[in-house]
Design a protein around this ligand. Structure first.
Ligand SMILES: [Zn+2]
Length: 81
């Protein structure tokens, strides 16, 4: 079962690994850059996923892990403009 990433409220940290749901919960209201760093750390350090420099996030099985679209509303608008 692949790792799933979802947004959540009331987290103690920017990103929290939930082994029961095989998912990483991301707190709302943080910079995408910070979220990415936290999620990457959890994936590679805690879960043993392959490190991909500058590439997409990877599950420990090597499959691509997508971040919630909710994280990027500003980026999408900036690229369109
Ligand atoms: Zn996987």
């Amino acid at each position: 079962m692949c790792i799933h990433i979802s947004m959540a409220d009331d987290l103690p940290r920017i990103a929290v690994w939930d082994p029961d749901e095989v998912s990483i919960h991301i707190a709302r209201g943080f910079q995408v850059r910070d979220v990415l760093r936290e999620v990457r750390d959890i994936l590679t350090i805690d879960l043993g996923a392959p490190v991909s420099r500058g590439g997409p996030l990877r599950c420990f099985c090597g499959m691509r892990v997508d971040l919630p679209r909710e994280l990027f509303p500003c980026d999408l608008e900036a690229q369109a403009g």
